[in-house]
Design a protein around this ligand. Structure first.
Ligand code: V47
Length: 368
């Protein structure tokens, strides 16, 4: 039976069915196809082979300890300079209060990221993590991107291993996937030239994996990058995963231009987002989980994305951090869904909702 009117897709479908790895050109061909339906079906085939109808979510909260940052990324609407109006740094006590409310509401994870702030000593982070662990030993601290770890090693003059070991000893349990943006040059330098490059981001991920911690990976798409840049990003992640195996989840992040230095760009549309979910599922064959991040995609596109290869929607976020607020597509910067709303979103799309912890163990709870 003819699978698609696109002959290239028919050839790729046979490889996918046989479990064979796709190459760079095939990734580009997947992006270039006009047969969105067939692309979705192919990604859904792989998703169902790995996960059936299971769709994961978690109960989490974001904590952005500081928005003061020296990186000047063109796509970011969150950061401030130290003396700029609206610049802030939360105290450790404030962090504990936020975590206390999160735990009360059933959160299993605190997602902690912030700006590259030259005013903070390294001990701020170790004190923050150890204080949080003392108060809430069961709360998983998914903290700090590879960009922050790179900044710490350079700014506080420590080896990568020392930075990772000290933070791990203080309570860092895993790392989120931010800061990957787009690895390919010259694109990366044009949107963020004051932070680590793609090779360094990948190298640090490998070092964190070797220290026994899991990490995630993201890709910021829908700004000035090319299709080839995106496929290059997938291939580089796949290569790193082959080496160190510590990536859990890939999260494509749809660029939200409002309030950024790139505000004249339109950002990606839903079709581009669905294609990106599907192509990532097909290209990054050694990542178990592909996340449709509902805060950025909106609820309707997230539900459709579950049919295009995604098997995770992220979490309740629950009044999330200021960073999430800066790019939320939901009305009024809405970034909160209750556990029951998340479950309904997943089930109404035809999938089985499973609450997970950060490292994908099932969490058994009576529905709220
Ligand atoms: O690194 C910044 C992106 C990232 C914008 O690991 C923007 O589970 C769109 O990494 N439009 C931080 N994106 C968020 C992140 C993340 C989120 C959810 C879950 C996980 C995970 C990780 O947000 C940054 C950057 O790539 N970002 N500004 C913007 N205007």
């Amino acid at each position: 039976m003819q699978f698609s009117f696109d002959t290239k897709l028919n050839f790729i479908a046979k490889k996918v069915e046989a479990g064979e790895r796709l190459n760079f050109d095939e990734g580009v061909a997947l992006y270039r196809t006009d047969d969105l339906n067939a692309l979705g079906k192919l990604a859904d085939f792989v998703r169902r082979r790995k996960h059936g109808r299971t769709t994961y979510f978690n109960v989490n909260r974001h904590f952005n300890h500081t928005n003061i940052c020296v990186a000047d990324c063109k796509f970011c609407g969150f950061y401030k300079r130290a003396r700029q109006e609206g610049a802030y740094t939360h105290s450790i006590e404030e962090g504990i209060e936020i975590a206390r409310n999160a735990v009360k509401e059933g959160a299993t994870e605190l997602h902690i990221v912030g700006g590259l702030n030259t005013k903070l000593p390294f001990e701020y982070y170790t004190d923050l993590f150890s204080s949080l662990k003392r108060e809430f030993p069961a709360l998983h601290l998914k903290a700090l991107t590879m960009v922050e770890l790179d900044f710490f090693a350079r700014f506080y003059k420590m080896s990568d291993e020392e930075v990772i070991q000290k933070l791990k000893a203080a309570g860092m349990d895993s790392c989120p996937g931010g800061g990957a943006e787009i690895f390919a040059e010259p694109t990366r330098s044009r949107i963020c030239d004051h932070k680590c490059d793609g090779a360094r981001w990948l190298e640090l991920s490998g070092k964190v994996h070797k220290a026994g911690l899991k990490t995630n990976a993201t890709m910021l798409y829908g700004h000035i990058e090319t299709t080839e840049d995106r496929v290059d990003h997938f291939v580089k992640l796949r290569e790193q995963q082959d080496k160190t195996g510590g990536f859990q989840c890939f999260i494509p992040l749809a660029f939200y231009p409002n309030g950024t230095a790139l505000s004249s760009l339109p950002g990606p549309d839903a079709i581009d987002s669905l294609k990106t979910i599907a192509v990532s599922r097909l290209m990054i064959d050694n990542f178990d989980h592909i996340k449709a991040y509902w805060v950025m995609l909106g609820k309707a596109t997230t539900q459709t994305a579950l049919h295009f290869g995604a098997n995770d929607v992220d979490g309740t976020i629950t009044d999330g951090g200021e960073l999430t607020h800066s790019y939320s597509v939901e009305e009024g910067g809405e970034q909160k869904m209750t556990r029951a709303e998340l479950i309904a979103m997943i089930e109404n799309a035809g999938f089985e909702a499973v609450e997970r912890d950060t490292v994908y163990n099932r969490v058994e709870k009576v529905a709220a």
